[in-house]
Ligand binder design. Sequence first.
Ligand SMILES: Nc1ncnc2c1ncn2[C@@H]1O[C@H](COP(=O)(O)OP(=O)(O)OP(=O)(O)O)[C@@H](O)[C@H]1O
Length: 459
Amino acid sequence: MSSNNEYAIQVQDVSKIYKLYDKPIDRLKESLSLTHKNYHKDFFALSDISFNVKKGETVGIIGTNGSGKSTILKIITGVLTPTSGQVRVSGVISALLELGAGFNMDYTGIENIYMNGTMMGFSKKQMDEKLPDILEFADIGDFVYQPVKTYSSGMFVRLAFALSINVEPEILIVDEALSVGDVFFQSKCYRRMEEIRKNGTTILMVTHDMGSVIKYCDRVVLLNKGHYVAEGAPGKMVDLYKKILANQMDDLEEELLEMNDFSGGMDNGAETKDNVPEKNIEEKTVHSGLMKDKITINPNRTEYGNGKAEIYDLGMFDERGNLTNLLLKGEYFTIKEKIRFHDSIQAPIFTYTIKDKKGADLTGTNTMFEGAEIRPVKNGDEYEVNFRQKMTLQGGEYLLSMSCTGFEQGEHTVYHRLYDVANITVISNKNTVGVYDMESEVEAVLKPAGSGNSETGNA
Ligand SMILES: Nc1ncnc2c1ncn2[C@@H]1O[C@H](COP(=O)(O)OP(=O)(O)OP(=O)(O)O)[C@@H](O)[C@H]1O
């Protein structure tokens, strides 16, 4: 492993194996066995994981339950030792792991603050200086003088977060803890994280909240069942994660194989979008007359599905019926999807989503939410679906995704999904704050000084 100064964290070929015994007695039998007979099975919580985090980066680790996210954080912080592989950390870590980790339940809040501070290498004097900030941030009043075992989980998180975020760490590691606090505390924590991030702190976070991943992370590492899957731009990784959730792993593996420079490197990681292989949508559209031939379609879109349905054409129409990627704010427009079926489906659902450039879902709907009547289909049938709505997004660039999904034996099934298939450019002659316009009707009343009259101005 190189001792390159540019990295805060280097994880190389890390595996963590747990020995699993069918019965507790097997552990004893194994330890007493003169012939060294094995009574256990090896369980790989992590298999050969490698990735790096540059100094000053904010990196997210995402993956389904049990994929090894907490295990890798514990290895990086030294709470667990890896079975094999190496971790190199350059800088003082402040970690917010599972509730309770690093706290002594019998100590008071204050005692725990000093104990953790000492463990991080701060002197008593340094901690005396930090204490007021920590207490103000935690805002749990006199509870700081009580043993932490008397705390509610919310108070606990407040104290733990206040401590780990106010010691000006070089590296901050956060494991999902934020999801416990209330929304106001969460937003206060994110603001503080943003501040320390601007000051150059490296942040490594595990969360199931994909909105936070997209909003806060520069880069994301995706794990699945203890294996490294990919790393790259947050939006792209969240799409892949959703794909894993939708049980499209076979499809995904194929795609990842083709993205051979997808894994490993820091630099190519963020460029993953360009490495997504082109699927054969164009091949199916050799005959002219398709809407999508007349608008801009993303050559780097991701698509997958079990093949029972195919969104073979799509387009956007403005209020004047022009087929276009360009829409005016405040005007009605229509998203059109044409779907061909290759099998019988009892209740297909048609969807669309609009995301921002960073991949955050801004809005979207589907025929189920809208209560549209959709009939069962069989092989060879086609559906044409129109979503008509007013464009209230701010001027800017957006990405359109769409899918045909459904439920089979209670499982959510993706028949065909097109991620980021087309761009939408919204032209606006009036912008408001945030991502969309609530179309306020404004009434402003001027009462001139000294007059009993008022003048009303409507907008
Ligand atoms: N002490 C242990 N003994 C045996 N298996 C363990 C142990 N600790 C963790 N595991 C297993 O290792 C795997 C990874 O666990 P880990 O907690 O890292 O996953 P995770 O991605 O953080 O999951 P979640 O999102 O549910 O928090 C899981 O299958 C878990 O059951």
